[in-house]
Design a protein around this ligand. Structure first.
Ligand code: ADP
Length: 673
């Protein structure tokens, strides 16, 4: 076994690899960017070295610096994690040239599968069924249009070099093809440095099922069963499970054998995943016809569900195989035990089309880990989610004997996951695992879209109990501030420092106004000895309460005991109560409000990014929905569209310029009628 390895990655996967290495007694070296100096993976590793500024291209993608670091600190091997350099054949080759073991497949295997088009060629020749489409070398727009027409709409345009759901466009009709192609090529160029695309028939209700394979340097290969990753948003996985519901043993065997044959065909070594897309079968749950989609030549984000049902540690296997050891088990020694689910907790806003949300995590609470619950994370409270890297906060993995029990575990665990400071998808995930379609395993990639109304309801409105909790948190804060002021003044007993609402010639009460969207609710708190009397929308109630040692808040509202977490950031109060998060704005009438946007106003950047196209001119008259500016943020394109019919005023940015979140991009005047 290696004595020391370097992990050329960050976040949860770096932490995940370190954990196994430490269990095996292997020393670990972390690398980090300037933005990650205090990151969790840096703290966990035995040694850590800074390799450059925040932007990935200046740090985590700097293969030269990473190899120099590895050599200087005496590491014997490099684990690339996923993303960054993990599927970069040149980097794998450079590792070997520097005398380091690349913990992954040989460069030739990475190259063979690196392009989705080339991979399809190889698989097609090996007799694996492919989705009808075009994956040729010629890339002229007119030819691609002709091929798309031939396939028949809807057609999917994919970046040949694509990954992570990026660089894909669904085209519904021939007239939309040219614009979608241009946009897909732009995004592919920006994200992958390669604008080649392929075309596929767009399947309307497919399932995504993938096979985990493993191969060693002795030429042996096996499969560790399947994962179902059909539940996706923006073509990116959010919930994964193993085994795949409805999978027959015969189907599992034949897919597994096909995947192993694929791995052997390219001389594969290490962990890999062969992804298939399946058209629905006759019965809703049955697996249908499978087509090869692509092979990922690395460890997948969702590998923990495979570990949970097999009881194996895939990172340990990676290290052993990279050392030249044979596969630790034979195919007939592997078995599926129980059912595992993984939910990806992202800093993103489901109500804004899952746009990543950046900011500092001010509060982070997670369920306790156990035999049933596993959390893979790279962040801690106080860390920032920046536009530089993937906005994933954690992977929540649960295991139980069967799918319904695992689902119940997941619901319980999600309820306990609380994050403040950035928007997250936790409540969305909780609704997702509770929705009927998912519970019944009626899975396909359109599940989220089809159940949008149920999955993305209007934010829950605060009732009397929640208002009482928010009011209590605020009243206790006022009390604390008053005490601090009194303690800091010359006269700690002055009535001016008192916190019981005592006022000269005034009724002793405090009015708190809470806002949720357009809704405003007032709570009047009357100070009484040792308690408050609250005037809530539903009536007058007596209230007392206190903060607990663990940071939670206990309130006694009449004779009911209420338990919650209340986190204040600025004027926002996040109340986590009975599994639901309520966001309340504390309205201070003293604050003057300027809301230019409501008066027609300005279009702002939804997140920090770079302007990559300005599609309009000042003075242009446009219709609602007209694309005006394209912003690239987190390697994705975001199109800013006209909010209504109107006139473009001044445009504040040029192509290539960086903008901050909330920056005014252009002035816009809505037509009066
Ligand atoms: P990436 O490498 O970016 O993850 P994939 O080729 O693996 O891209 O596809 C990602 C997802 O997009 C799939 O899991 C599936 O949901 C959807 N998808 C891919 N190809 C098709 C297709 N031909 N028809 C319908 N959906 C597809």
């Amino acid at each position: 076994m290696f004595k020391k390895i370097l992990i050329a990655n960050r976040g949860e996967i770096a932490c995940r690899v370190i954990k196994t290495a430490q269990r095996l007694g292997v020393k670990t070296v972390a690398v980090y960017s300037e933005a990650d100096a205090l990151a969790r993976h840096v703290g966990l590793a035995d040694e850590a070295y800074c390799i450059g500024p925040a932007a990935a291209k200046d740090s985590y993608l700097r293969g030269d610096k990473i190899l120099e670091t590895a050599k200087n600190c005496g590491a014997q091997a490099v684990h690339p994690g996923y993303g960054f350099l993990s599927e970069n054949a040149d980097f794998a080759e450079d590792c070997a040239k520097s005398g380091l073991v690349f913990i992954g497949p040989p460069p030739a295997a990475i190259r063979a599968m690196g392009s989705k088009s080339a991979a399809k060629d190889i698989m097609g020749k090996a007799g694996v069924p492919l989705v009808p489409g075009y994956h040729g070398e010629a890339q002229e727009a007119a030819l691609l249009q002709k091929e798309a027409d031939k396939i028949g709409y809807p057609v999917l345009i994919k970046a040949s070099a694509g990954g992570g759901g990026k660089g894909m466009r669904i085209v519904e009709k021939a007239a939309d093809f040219a614009a979608a192609l241009a946009s897909c090529q732009r995004e592919s160029k920006a994200s992958f440095g390669d604008e080649r695309v392929l075309l596929e028939k767009y399947l309307t209700r497919p399932r995504h099922i993938e096979i985990q394979v493993f191969a060693d340097t002795q030429g042996d290969a096996l499969y560790l069963f399947e994962r179902d990753c059909s539940v996706q948003r923006r073509h990116q996985k959010v919930l994964e499970e193993a085994p795949a519901p409805g999978m027959s043993q015969a189907r599992r065997n034949s897919m597994g054998e096909a995947a192993v044959a694929a791995a052997k065909a390219i001389g594969y070594v290490g962990a890999g995943t062969v992804e298939f897309i399946a058209e629905p079968g006759d019965g809703k749950k049955s697996a249908g016809t499978f087509y090869f989609m692509e092979m990922n030549t690395r460890l997948q984000v969702e590998h923990p569900v495979t570990e949970m049902i097999t009881g194996l540690d895939l990172v340990e296997w990676q290290l052993r195989v990279a050392c030249g050891e044979p596969l630790p088990r034979a195919q007939d020694e592997l078995a599926i035990n129980g059912h595992a689910l993984e939910a990806r907790i992202y800093a993103e806003d489901p109500d804004k089309n899952f746009l990543p949300s950046t900011g500092r995590i001010t509060h982070l609470a997670a369920p306790a880990e156990s035999r049933h619950v596993r959390i893979d994370t790279g962040v801690c409270a106080g860390d920032a989610i920046t536009p530089f890297y993937d906005p994933m906060i954690a992977k929540l993995i649960v295991w139980d004997l069967d799918r319904p029990s695992a689902l119940a575990r997941m619901r319980g665990a999600l309820e306990q996951f609380q994050v403040v400071g950035v928007s997250t998808n936790t409540e969305f995930l909780a609704r997702l695992v509770s929705c009927e379609a998912f519970a019944k395993a009626d899975l396909d990639t359109g599940l989220i879209e089809r159940n949008r109304a149920e999955l993305m309801p209007a934010p829950p409105l605060a009732g009397d109990e929640v208002l009482a909790l928010a009011a209590l948190a605020e009243l206790l804060a006022i009390e604390r501030r008053a005490k601090e002021r009194a303690a800091g003044s010359g006269d700690p007993f002055s009535p001016w420092g008192s916190c019981d609402g005592w006022r000269l010639n005034q009724d002793n009460h405090h009015i708190l106004i809470f806002r949720q969207g357009d809704r405003e609710q007032a709570v009047t708190a009357h100070y009484r000895p040792g308690r408050f009397e609250l005037e809530l929308p539903g009536g007058r109630h007596s209230l007392t309460g206190a903060w607990q040692a663990d940071g939670s808040l206990t309130a006694w509202l009449e004779n009911a005991v209420l338990q919650a977490n209340v986190v204040r950031s600025g004027q926002t109060l996040d109340v986590f109560f009975r599994g639901t998060r309520y966001q309340l704005e504390l309205h201070d009438p003293a604050l003057h409000e300027i809301d230019t946007d409501a008066h027609g106003g300005n279009l702002r950047a939804p997140m920090p990014g770079k302007i990559i196209a300005v599609l309009t001119k000042s003075g242009a008259k446009v219709e609602k929905g007209t694309p005006l500016i394209i912003l690239e943020a987190m390697k994705m394109e975001h199109t800013i569209v006209a909010p209504g019919r109107g006139t473009v005023k001044e445009i504040h940015y040029k192509v290539g310029e960086q903008v901050n979140e909330g920056a005014e991009l252009l002035g816009f005047e809505l037509d009066k009628d």
